[in-house]
Design a binder for this molecule. Structure first.
Ligand code: PHE
Length: 381
């Protein structure tokens, strides 16, 4: 936001804050409806934020062009948390207290959703994470929702695929100890893989932001495994893949949705050939709804979306659909309507919010082959 706009917003809220209608934490009942978006537009996971924000704006622009919601236009205010927890919680505070958001969309990364969610919960403004998959996120409270599947499912999907399709029985696990998502997904995979009779021979770890992974890869190389489960984010995964290639370790790497960014292949290159990851969406298997989204997104932004975009679009659809059904953008009413979301026709499938405020969704498995991402399989929950 521009400095001047921020000052004006602060001034306006200082002058008129007391006279506002008592709608939730301060959402206005006339004028534009504000949806706040907190996300990583810059930093180590900038792709997560950028792709999601583009898609949120695409969904909102389409609805506004068709007349808006409840006769009002919807305005998206995006704050960049730079992938930092303290920034994420500050961003949610500002979106609610200064921007008077009726609802919050965010975050992508589970650790950052966990930083922002307590703020939304305390201020009683609903928050919808498009793509945070760690179970703890929606457990923060009754204001916190998500539109994607959860990691116990995602981990089990890859464990089963590795065991049954790749016929792998001995694996290594390499996880990011600074990342709630990575820790949760590693635990989920290990539990499922062992239940299927597989063996996790060695576990290694790193911290987000590390650049040298040769010690871990060397240890794994000495352990005689057939694959490495690597539930991290794309920036480190790409470098780890290159390290494995350089050290002559030629086994498939297996991962989750955190791999989903163009930089994965740009940086990882040939080192990722024959690797697989689970995801929310595959560009090359499209329902008519998904096809239209991919076309519209590509036309508007000059590049195709990733799974992040698909979920960002869906999060915005879910929020605007709830506003329509609630007949109001007041946070408390919106919360109840969000909780009642049923069979909403969205890009990543039909969305129904369950009593734990999660969505049940299918997963896809993507294979990296010929330097591209190819749809391999779908797994129903
Ligand atoms: N699921 C990841 C998390 O919870 C975030 C993510 C979603 C990353 C989708 C990429 C694609 O941290």
């Amino acid at each position: 936001m521009h400095r001047r706009a921020l000052l004006t917003a602060l001034l306006v809220s200082a002058l008129f804050g007391g006279c506002k209608p008592s709608a939730g934490a301060g959402a206005a009942s006339t004028g534009d409806i504000v949806i706040g978006h907190f996300t990583s537009m810059t930093g180590n996971t900038a792709h997560f934020g950028q792709d999601t924000d583009k898609a949120v704006r695409l969904a909102v622009d389409e609805v506004n062009a068709a007349g808006g919601v409840l006769g009002r236009q919807v305005k998206v205010v995006t704050l960049d948390d730079r992938g930092d927890s303290a920034e994420a919680s500050n961003a949610v505070t500002r979106l609610i207290d200064v921007e008077h958001a009726s609802a919050i969309i965010g975050e992508v990364a589970s650790s950052l959703s966990l930083a922002g969610a307590p703020v939304a919960q305390r201020r009683k403004v609903p928050m919808v994470s498009p793509s945070s998959t760690n179970p703890k996120v929606t457990q923060v409270g009754d204001m916190i929702f998500r539109v994607c599947f959860l990691d116990p499912f995602q981990g089990a999907v890859m464990a089963k695929f590795a065991k049954d399709q790749l016929k792998v029985t001995r694996v290594a696990v390499l996880k990011d100890v600074k990342n709630d998502y990575s820790l949760g997904l590693a635990a989920a995979f290990i539990k499922s893989f062992k239940e299927l009779g597989g063996e996790v021979v060695i576990e290694q770890s790193y911290s987000a932001g590390d650049t040298d992974f040769s010690a871990q890869v060397t240890a794994i190389k000495g352990a005689d495994v057939q694959a490495i489960y690597l539930p991290g984010y794309y920036a480190e995964v790409a470098v780890i893949a290159r390290t494995a290639e350089r050290l002559g370790l030629k086994i498939p790497l297996l991962g989750g949705d955190g791999w989903d960014a163009p930089d994965l292949l740009k940086i990882g290159g040939t080192a990722l050939e024959g690797s697989y990851f689970s995801n929310h969406f595959a560009l090359d298997t499209s329902t008519p709804r998904a096809k239209k989204f991919v076309e519209d997104f590509t036309k508007k932004y000059g590049q195709p979306p990733t799974g992040l975009g698909a979920l960002g679009y869906d999060a915005a659809l879910v929020v605007m659909d709830a506003m329509k059904r609630a007949g109001s953008a007041e946070p408390a009413k919106l919360r109840d309507a969000l909780a009642a979301t049923k069979d909403l026709d969205a890009v990543t499938g039909k969305i129904t919010i369950d009593p734990e405020r999660n969505a049940k969704k299918s997963a896809v498995i993507i294979k990296i082959t010929g330097g591209a991402l190819k749809y391999e399989a779908s797994v129903e929950p």
